[in-house]
Design a protein around this ligand. Sequence first.
Ligand SMILES: Nc1ncnc2c1ncn2[C@@H]1O[C@H](COP(=O)(O)OP(=O)(O)OP(=O)(O)O)[C@@H](O)[C@H]1O
Length: 727
Amino acid sequence: MDKSTKLIKSKSPSVEIVNVKKTNGTQGKLTKSSALTSADRSKSMTTLRKQEAKLSKRSMSDEKLKTPSRPRKIPPVPTDQTPVAQLCPMKSSTTTKSELTSFRTPVKRFFSDHIISQSTPDCFGSVQFETPRGKSDIVVDDEATIYEGENSNLTVGIRIRPMNFKELNDPKILSVVKVKGTDIIVDCESTQHTFHYDHCFVSYTDTSRPTHASQKIVFDGMVLPLVHNAFEGYNVCLFAYGQTGSGKSYSMMGSESITSTLSVPCDDAGIIPRFCYEIFLQAALNNNITTVEISYFEIYNEKIHDLLGNNSNISGSKRAPLKVREHPVLGPHVVDLTQHVVQNYEDLQTWLKVGNSQRATAATGMNEKSSRSHSIFSIILTQEQKDSTMSKSSKLVDTSRRSKINLVDLAGSERLSQTCASGDRLREGVSINKSLLILGKVIASLAESTNNRKRGFVPYRESVLTWLLKESLGGNSKTAMLATVSPSSLHLEETLATLRYACQARSIINRVRINEDPHDKLIRELKAEVLKLRGAREGYERQLGPRRLLDSAETTKDKREVQRKQREIDRLKEQLRKTEEQLSLNQKSRAEKLQVAEMCKNTELNFLRRCGIAIEIDFSKKYSTPCLVNLAADPMLSGTLLYLIPPGIVRIGKRKRQSKPVDILLDGPLVAPLHWLVRSSKKVMRWRCKRKAMQHFPLYFFIFILFYICQLVAARSSVFFSGIAVN
Ligand SMILES: Nc1ncnc2c1ncn2[C@@H]1O[C@H](COP(=O)(O)OP(=O)(O)OP(=O)(O)O)[C@@H](O)[C@H]1O
């Protein structure tokens, strides 16, 4: 929800009164298949491509033919502008009109109720099979796949959110989803559906219930193995999928608290902060040189916005969307995406705050803070291991492992009839449903490829989301999906669709490998060779006494062999020397990178502080900057005003032509030209009321500010306190 931004400064630049804007992103060798020789495969690929080209040509020419003559009967092409009511197949909805009107989003209807109530996004119906499938026990043979590597099934977990206030208070709404071990049982009117997954979590309103799945339980059960995989050098991806309002963002990010301490994740922290915390914890334990680089972006209406880029313009307008390119080595990637090196969990928290403050969210009929974009938080984890085999004092790096971690919070699939969307929200909803539909297609064709044991065409390029997640979905990545569902009978159809979707995803098998730098691998092999040769040489020397090895070689053949080995040793030594040089260079650039990241972080943080977004009120910290923050009953207003009190004298009062200028400007009939005088130093802050009649200061003070400057209607009910750290 956007709130208007107003930056009001008095003459002194030291005090800022800010009304915050909260803005609402085994080597890959080719092997022969027993079924198809490479010649056959290339032939069939060519045929396939030709068929695709023919098909696309035909569909284009069909469109050309049909468009002018019978415009009304053309099947609607899903575009951002296309109303979903036309895009989706007709299905009935149980939502009543009275239920729809109780939400905050203005209901501006562009379609008749009939059309809206019958619209169901295709993504809910894209999965064909009804019977849930268990994970295939038959592991696909090496010969049946194209790339070498290890097989890795996509792991699927289901999380059921608690019934919300509205659902609990409606006697007609029942809880219809149950968990039994790793099975989910859904009660329909006449039947029961059972689905089997790798993990099932159920969260209750009453968190003291023994089976309640807290954020920690979800993380430990499903995500911790992925952290270990990342440290082993595998690429890792986790994405949250589910209907809007089912708990994806809650699971991925958790709820933020302004007063949360930054050194450890709070109880409500979701997968992303916990993942990061765990990375730093493990990095500290394993004593490797670990570098963590992060990036964070969102895909909003098929456009990519950098959430950590330099958006520090006062107007808060976003940078131009970024582009995706396919790189021969890196694969599809976002061009010019900002990456920051982070050193610890506290840094990371700051970046998360920066990123989350930029994300597009809005209130819809289904969720008060609905994510209107897919967000991808990426971590590049590089580990350089110190060599223990060569020499104890040596700081040589033996090998480097690099894994890419993608943590994806998808926007929720939504039934437009339930979200009551119109205008921008409607356009966003269409775009979200469209990209989820393509994700469904990608999952379906990957699952089919796994079942048929050969790779078919996968429509990755049909949406930005699937294109960017190409490697995570069907390539070299250990991938997990957390599907979130609502337990209520109101969302039965969407819940069943999500569960089927998740079932299908579960049959995908990826080929994964540890990402070692090939150069490092070579060096490691060479080092092993050096050791072998040294051993051999020492063995010779021991056998032959102190004489030179070369002298001892009796035959010309022996001499040649010894000379060859000597040359090899020299070459390897040279190679090692170069590696050491390269390494020190890398380490230097890492330090530089850190410096740049630190500078960027401080700039962004200062900007957010000025906007009142990134405020950490840690009363335990000594000498923190004293500030005044508003507290209001409405959580959207609370913490949105920030008054930084600079050291020295701060004058508060009314502007008068003859009088001295004040630092904090007030207005109102009872305010004197110099009403309050604040003297603050590092240790003490003294407030002196210059007008004795107005000792009941803070309330009046802020009511005036709010009424006069910020024009917030809710001001009268606001309670304020001064967060003044006096140590
Ligand atoms: N497991 C849970 N425990 C407690 N509250 C939850 C849980 N899951 C979701 N919620 C609450 O439900 C509401 C909706 O959750 P959330 O915003 O995470 O949904 P979402 O799936 O991300 O929706 P959207 O796709 O619209 O962004 C939030 O108020 C959230 O706090």
